[in-house]
Design a protein around this ligand. Structure first.
Ligand SMILES: *[C@@H]1O[C@H](CO)[C@@H](O)[C@H](O)[C@H]1NC(C)=O
Ligand SMILES: *[C@@H]1O[C@H](CO)[C@@H](O)[C@H](O)[C@H]1NC(C)=O
Ligand SMILES: *[C@@H]1O[C@H](CO)[C@@H](O)[C@H](O)[C@H]1NC(C)=O
Ligand SMILES: *[C@@H]1O[C@H](CO)[C@@H](O)[C@H](O)[C@H]1NC(C)=O
Ligand SMILES: *[C@@H]1O[C@H](CO)[C@@H](O)[C@H](O)[C@H]1NC(C)=O
Ligand SMILES: *[C@@H]1O[C@H](CO)[C@@H](O)[C@H](O)[C@H]1NC(C)=O
Length: 806
């Protein structure tokens, strides 16, 4: 009897433990038969145990196209690290299922099947999304049968290692995951190179850049490793040979790292905080090549940008590809099809003379297509070089340098801006310009205008909700009449400064169908574009989608007010579109992006540059407040709204728009997202908003410019978290050097540092009557008037105000 029960007991025990023998499956694992359906919100993606990564379908844009992919699950910015069907996105209703015999199978609604986990040999027990970002399919012995890490697409992740034969391929564009034009490979001899591919074929051009190169040709045991700490290095015979990734890498406990071969050919190591605030983005730690525009192969091929294009390096070291003047994109949907001249001089037909009448040479400096010449003339002079091309029907461009002239024919490849050589390019084009000016657009009227600034409201807490209603209902705004002569014709030609009218079609064409998003502002999305006004002018097109829809007259009035502002520290409005529901503003495009990148990013401005930037912003604001025909209160001064031009001069953007904000509170809340720290206390206190509100925001901004840090930053410890408090504490305790730690330029310029800090403290006074005017601020920053010692900006600071300030 005892024996029997013992036996039973053992048997039971065995039964209970059988699953453990079978596999070491955990609850996050994907069981055989599990499936996901594209576009079905009820099935949730397969998530890794710590929640960092997810596997499933991602919709492409707004289209009925889905990508089987792996992405970062916790960060708001959609970042796909692996994809299975880039070339063939699948429609809604497609299903992916894990099967024992075939692994991951994608089935379209038409029942076409694609094997995702291919090749795969063995019987699948389960699948698993790992915390590393690797999706593995394993057998019952937990041996991996297939893993996504072994089929990297355009991105590699920490813990991955690669040997000879390793390659990753870029995607077609930021949003198109088809096989792209760039390939990064590791060769037998350990070399790692990037090359272009002649799509749609597989032909690979010679490497245009070697990340690592060796002279010896004999095979040894080379490996590329991306380790847990986010370092990328080269291993030889399993010992570290050289660390490739340079730059400050944040600890992997707090940062995600990834390295991606971008669609434009730049290989970049990125990092992103793991617990992101809404403003965090992927920042570059290291990238190669240093200047992709200068790296070109001697062989044929389209080069980095495509035929007949010009590559210019943007500040983030990515190539900015443009058509030369007189050329247009072949296909606005696909940049890399290159550009074609708007006009080609024809050979033959005995019409040479007539033809020559119609062409002229446009001169540009420091542009070159180093590989497209068919003839070299030497010795030669500049004028002869120009006419030689003009009179040669085969010639598209001639380049003159020193005493040589190179004639070049179409298609031109590897075009670039090259400031290292002092060369002139003569580009053939049709005579005369066709301006894109609307005859109906008159000069902006110069009537006295009234600007009513509508308060933007903040819904930080329920207290604010109440305040906010009061604020909205009771605030009456200011009509400040000024009788100043318009500064319209003040600088430069009137022609260039005329506000232009664009049709929606013009705008759509200029932005290539609203393709390249530059950013999202309080008023809507901003796109990059080019308008043709005599010559191509790059623009930032702001699509206003959160403005009062029926305020038609108001819109025109506001636009005219903005159009009348002309100051070197303001972003110029070039034109606008007001057609049915479409309201768009085209501003001049600022190549260097926003100031915030240069304060909080990797590339910091020097102390000297920062003081100039601060002064420029102050002058721009002074103009808005006092010097333009209609007083404009900006209401949203913050680093994101300050752009930098080619000379790193600051330009204020988004001014004059506050009035167009919809009164609807839910909208305005999103409109002000993240900018609460810059807002003057009177916004919350049902007090009238004056220019002094801008002075407050400027003060906060000035502190950020001085210290190169955000106003609110809890990473630096609680006593330093709120910059406006900490700065005053440092000022009072005489420890101002702590504010500019490690910035030796600023520390050695102590007098100016102290002055700027005092000005900032004056500006952030809670009592708006104590704040100086912008006029006074400029005089103080210019050191024309003395800066008196400022009082404590927030005498009633309490624990609560700390919460309020955040
Ligand atoms: C994936 O690649 C690694 C390294 O090359 C290799 O050790 C592993 O066996 C591969 N896994 C599969 C399932 O092929
Ligand atoms: C991606 O680019 C390819 C090649 O230009 C094109 O055929 C395809 O339609 C594009 N896909 C999407 C989703 O735009
Ligand atoms: C490469 O190997 C060959 C034969 O294996 C040898 O003759 C040659 O010297 C080696 N070259 C180098 C650079 O080591
Ligand atoms: C990764 O590589 C770097 C550079 O060689 C090294 O300092 C670091 O300790 C490595 N991290 C790990 C987790 O191995
Ligand atoms: C790696 O090991 C091989 C064989 O042991 C040897 O021939 C080679 O020189 C080593 N390479 C380096 C760079 O140490
Ligand atoms: C210009 O004015 C004419 C006549 O008033 C009108 O027919 C035409 O549609 C206007 N064009 C544009 C682009 O507004």
């Amino acid at each position: 009897m005892i024996k029997v029960s013992l036996l039973l007991f053992l048997l039971l025990n065995l039964l209970i433990h059988i699953p453990n023998f079978a596999s070491s499956q955990t609850k996050n694992d994907v069981k055989i038969g599990s499936s996901l359906i594209a576009g079905d919100d009820k099935t949730s993606p397969w998530i890794s145990p710590n929640g960092d990564f997810a596997f499933g379908f991602q919709q492409l844009g707004n289209e009925d196209q889905f990508l089987v992919s792996i992405w970062y699950n916790k960060i708001p910015e959609k970042t796909i690290v692996w994809y299975a069907n880039g070339d063939n996105p699948c429609p809604k209703g497609s299903r992916i299922e894990l099967l024992a015999d075939r692994g991951l199978v994608l089935t379209s609604p038409q029942q076409d099947e694609t094997l995702i986990s291919d090749p795969l040999i063995g019987v699948v027990a389960y699948g698993s999304m790992k915390d590393t970002g690797n999706f593995v399919v394993v057998n019952k012995d937990s041996e991996s049968l297939w893993e996504s890490f072994n089929q990297s697409t355009d991105t590699i992740l920490p813990t991955q290692a690669f040997a000879e034969g390793f390659k990753i391929s870029s995607r077609r564009s930021e949003t198109n995951f088809s096989r792209g034009r760039f390939l990064l490979r590791m060769f037998k001899n350990g070399n790692i190179g990037i090359a272009t591919v002649n799509l749609p074929s597989e032909y690979i051009n010679e490497n245009f850049f070697l990340i690592r190169s060796f002279d010896q040709l004999n095979a040894t045991n080379y490996q590329l490793k991306f380790n847990e700490s986010g370092q990328i290095f080269h291993l030889v015979n399993n010992s570290k040979e050289v660390v490739l990734s340079k730059g400050d890498i944040g600890p992997s406990t707090r940062f995600y790292h990834r390295a991606t071969l971008n669609f434009d050919g730049v290989f970049t190591l990125y990092q992103h905080p793991k617990e992101p605030k809404s403003t965090d983005v992927w920042s570059t730690v290291w990238s190669v090549p240093d200047n992709i525009c200068y790296s070109f192969p001697t062989q044929k091929g389209t080069g980095v940008c495509g035929f007949n294009r010009i590559c210019r390096l943007s500040i983030d070291k990515r190539p900015d590809c443009q058509c030369p003047r007189g050329f247009s994109l072949v296909d606005p949907e696909d940049d890399y099809k290159g550009c074609i001249p708007d006009f080609v001089q024809e050979c033959g037909d005995n019409q040479d003379n007539a033809r020559n009448d119609q062409v002229e040479m446009e001169t540009m400096t420091n542009i070159d297509w180093p590989t497209s010449d068919y003839e070299q003339l030497q010795p030669f002079d500049e004028e002869k070089c120009k006419t030689a091309c003009l009179n040669d029907c085969m010639c598209a461009v001639s380049i003159f340098r020193e005493n040589s002239c190179w004639k070049k024919k179409l298609p031109l490849s590897n075009g670039r801006v090259d400031n290292r050589v002092n060369s002139k390019a003569f580009i053939k084009r049709r005579k005369g310009n066709i301006a894109l000016e609307d005859p109906n657009t008159s000069k902006p009227n110069k009537n006295q205008e009234t600007i009513i600034i509508i308060i933007s409201v903040f819904l930080g807490s329920s207290v604010f909700v109440n305040c906010l209603l009061l604020v909205v209902l009771s605030l009456v705004f200011f009509l400040i009449y000024r009788n100043k002569i318009s500064t319209f014709d003040r600088n430069g030609s009137t022609m260039d400064q005329t506000l232009r009218y664009f049709s929606y079609k013009d705008m759509s064409k200029a932005t290539e169908g609203f393709k390249e998003e530059l950013g999202r502002g309080a008023f809507g999305i901003v796109y990059k574009g080019v308008v043709e006004i005599g010559s191509p002018i790059p623009v930032a097109v702001k699509k206003l989608d959160r403005i009062v829809q029926d305020g038609d007259k108001e819109f025109k009035t506001e636009v005219n007010v903005i159009g009348q502002t002309h100051h070197k520290n303001l972003v110029r409005l070039i034109g606008f579109c007001d057609e049915g529901p479409h309201r768009l503003l085209a501003y001049e495009f600022m190549n260097n992006g926003s100031l915030s990148n240069f304060l909080f990013g990797d590339l910091k401005l020097t102390w000297n540059q920062r003081t100039q930037v601060a002064l420029g912003i102050a002058r721009g604001l002074l103009y808005l407040h006092d010097e333009c025909s209609t007083q404009i209160i900006h209401c949203d001064i913050k680093p994101q709204n300050i752009l930098l031009d080619d000379h790193y001069d600051p330009r204020i953007s988004d001014f004059g728009l506050a009035k167009l904000l919809r009164m609807d509170q839910t909208e305005t809340q999103t409109a002000i997202r993240g900018t609460k720290g810059y807002v003057a206390p009177e916004w919350f206190r049902n007090m009238p908003i004056t220019v002094k509100a801008d002075v407050y925001s400027f003060g906060v901004l000035l502190l950020e410019i001085i210290c190169c840090r955000r106003n609110v930053d809890f990473d630096v410890g609680e006593d330093r978290a709120i910059l406006t408090y900490w700065a005053y504490d440092c000022y009072q305790e005489g420890t101002i050097y702590e504010l500019v730690e490690n910035d030796s330029d600023a520390i050695s310029d102590r007098k100016k540092l102290e002055k700027f800090l005092m000005v900032a403290i004056w500006c952030i006074q809670e009592d708006s009557s104590l704040r100086p005017t912008m006029k006074k601020v400029v005089l103080m920053l210019e050191e024309i008037v003395e800066v008196p010692s400022p009082p404590c900006p927030n005498p009633y600071r309490t624990e609560n105000s700390l919460v309020d300030a955040v």
